[in-house]
Design a protein around this ligand. Structure first.
Ligand code: MIC
Ligand code: SF4
Length: 639
């Protein structure tokens, strides 16, 4: 039987476990990536591991999220990150260089390698034939220290792409089509592997867009073959020598297959407030638009911004719209500047922002009250833009431009002539804003006053008791648990302070209540913790005393983060038992021995509820120790 591409790359990196369904496997990690807002914790954790130098082939630290310097805090974090990178052998990408996933794809991604990144959109590099996975900072720190990355072997969903896209339809529409089919939980514990005759019609940045937003289906990662298109992209980046051909065997078997005929995809748009709330653009045409934001790790490549420039050339945006452009990298910006295309963008009335995440994560450009904002980004969870009542829609750069010009949601096919975009064979490359570790740092690492030591947690108790502090519904995102935005994100390296903001917009009294009651439990529905990799969404509740989360199901990265910080993740054996637990109920759990079946007593209702702890022995030992850092330290003292 032929092998899928995913199986081939995984097999090459397998260091523990067997490649069988539901098996826990350990993967060798070739490259790691961090970004600043998860990176400060990740490097504090790495330092605590006491390893003198990173053990990976390549580790990179990007600064692209917390770019607003309203006071000393973000700037102090940036300095810490730069010094720690130099000390431990990590390549540092300076603020202003660009968004981690875009930069990684341009300059470092290599077919057949593995990448672990402390950002949920790390799978973008799957566009280059890699197994690239997002994880919490602690797992990335462990990988930098030479540990394998552990996960349950994902099943592989084949996605056949046939035909070719029609004019004005692009990669974003393809992934929106897939999201419409799979929803935000349809990809959990799966790899989306692309193949079929349509693949060769997509450039590497377009493949990157599709792999990037596969994250929104909950997928572990997405992967494309490495073919002549990949080779041409690497050639244009002066890296052709890093190319190898990579594809699934003929007759490879997939656990399931999804078919997308590219020619049938039409311009699509995700409506507020979920990336899977997808409709045809034509269904919502005419909705007045106040803001359009183009950029993010999904849609900020040279291909995308060349398209934007071509569509804006000679036009003027509507007086009612504020249009912002955040290029994905300095390389993209420099090439647009050199070709003159940047002028077309500026003349049309766009506001050029930094090469960074920016509005995607509520770092500036919060929309006005009740605004409709069309964004080429990947997430539109309520409030993520910084304005709680804003209506955020997700669309392609083509739809975004058409809507900016007409001041209302517009099908881009109404723009008339479709420009032909070709990527230059050779682009301008300048790696000056990467600091390679040869320029070494020998001094003492300076930590600003906002960089607080990591909290320590005791080993787990045999009995957990307390109140249900909060009961939530399905698809609770990490943006709900620990919101982003410039105010709260500046506290990423200060756990005591950031914890005060847990569930701030869901229930502003949560943090105080949790502390007052001496901790307790959270009850959730399906897909609890979807979205980002931020470990603060596990660490802050833990710091406030949350002992366990009982949910119908969990998102992959958040589940791992809960375990890593010693919070017990339990699922209801009978889903209807969810309705037998109310906020304020007192619960008692006997977790001695961390058995699979846990009996949970609802003391308030006098009922017994069956809960399940579906974890590997390795994960259980982490829980017992009180978290992964404690487990690693305990292992070190035994040696
Ligand atoms: C996001 O898009 O939500 C983020 C900000 O990039 C996060 C990481 C973080 O919270 O720092 C992610 O996707 O993992
Ligand atoms: Fe940055 Fe947005 Fe991408 Fe997250 S999703 S890495 S905030 S651009």
């Amino acid at each position: 039987m032929g092998k899928s591409l995913s199986e081939k790359v995984i097999a090459k990196h397998l260091v523990e476990g067997r490649m069988e369904p539901d098996e826990q496997i350990g993967l060798r990690v070739d490259h790691t990536l961090t970004q600043d807002s998860t990176g400060t914790l990740a490097y504090l954790e790495f330092e605590a591991m006491g390893v003198p130098h990173v053990k990976t082939k390549l580790s990179l630290s990007f600064v692209d999220h917390n770019m607003l310097q309203n006071d000393f805090r973000n700037a102090d974090d940036h300095r810490y990150l730069q010094e720690v990178a130099a000390k431990y052998g990590v390549v540092f990408s300076r603020p202003g260089n660009g968004i981690c996933h875009q930069l990684y794809l341009e300059r470092f991604a290599k077919p057949a390698c593995t990448l672990l990144g402390s950002d949920s959109h790390t799978p973008t590099a799957g566009g280059m034939g890699m197994i690239a996975i997002g994880a919490g900072g602690l797992d990335v720190a462990a990988a930098m220290a030479g540990e394998p990355f552990y996960l349950e072997l994902p099943s592989v969903m084949g996605v056949t792409l046939n035909g070719a896209l029609s004019p004005f339809v692009s990669a974003k529409d393809v992934i929106l089509e897939i999201l419409k089919k799979l929803t935000v939980k349809g990809g959990v514990n799966k790899i989306l592997e692309y193949f079929g005759s349509g693949v060769k019609t997509l450039s590497v940045p377009e493949r990157g867009t599709i792999a990037n937003m596969g994250t929104e289906t909950g997928a572990t990662t997405s992967i494309f073959p490495s073919d002549e298109v990949t080779r041409a992209f690497l050639r244009s980046q002066g890296r052709e020598d890093q190319w190898i051909e990579l594809k699934a065997d003929d007759g490879a078997r997939y656990n399931e297959v999804l078919e997308v005929n590219l020619g049938e995809v039409e311009p699509l748009i995700a409506l507020p407030h979920s990336p899977d709330n997808v409709k045809a653009v034509s269904e919502v045409e005419g909705t007045p638009v106040d803001q359009v934001c183009i950029g993010s790790c999904t849609n900020s490549s040279l291909r995308d911004l060349k398209m934007v420039a071509a569509l804006l050339k000679g036009k003027k945006i509507s007086d009612s719209v504020s249009l912002t452009i955040s290029p994905g990298s300095r390389q993209v910006l420099e090439n647009l500047a050199a070709s003159g295309e940047l002028v077309d963008i500026i003349r049309a009335g766009a506001r050029i922002l930094e090469n960074a995440c920016g509005p995607c994560i509520g770092i500036g450009q919060a929309p006005q009250t009740d605004a409709v904002s069309i964004r080429t980004f990947n997430r539109n969870f309520k409030g993520r833009s910084g304005t709680q009542n804003a209506q955020v829609y997700l669309a392609s750069p083509e739809t975004a431009v058409a809507s900016a010009i007409y001041g209302e949601i517009t099908d881009p096919r109404e723009l008339g002539k479709y420009p032909k975009i070709t990527l230059p064979e050779k682009i301008i490359i300048d790696d000056n804003m990467f600091i390679f570790p040869e320029r070494s740092f020998a001094g003492e690492i300076v930590r600003g006053p906002n960089i607080k030591p990591l909290p320590n947690f005791p080993p787990m108790a045999d009995r957990l008791a307390g109140e249900v502090l909060l009961k939530l519904g399905d698809n609770v995102s990490t943006d709900d648990i620990l919101p982003a935005g410039s105010e709260i994100m500046a506290l990423r390296s200060n756990i005591p302070e950031i914890s005060k903001h847990a569930f701030r917009y869901v229930d502003p009294s949560f943090a105080d209540r949790a502390l007052r009651k001496g901790g307790g439990f959270i009850v959730g529905g399906e897909n609890y913790g979807q979205g980002s990799s931020r470990e603060h969404a596990a660490l802050a509740p833990k710091y406030l005393g949350v002992k366990a989360v009982i949910a119908k199901s969990f998102a992959r990265i958040h589940l791992a983060n809960l375990v890593n910080f010693g919070v017990v993740p339990l699922t209801f054996v009978e889903k209807q038992d969810y309705s037998n637990v109310a906020q304020g109920d007192m619960l008692e759990l006997d977790v001695k021995g961390l058995k699979r079946n846990i009996c949970m007593k609802n003391v308030t209702k006098g009922a017994e509820i069956k809960a399940e702890l579906d974890l590997s022995e390795r994960e259980k030992s982490i829980l017992r120790a009180g978290g992964k850092l404690a487990a690693i330290k305990a292992k070190q003292t035994k040696k």
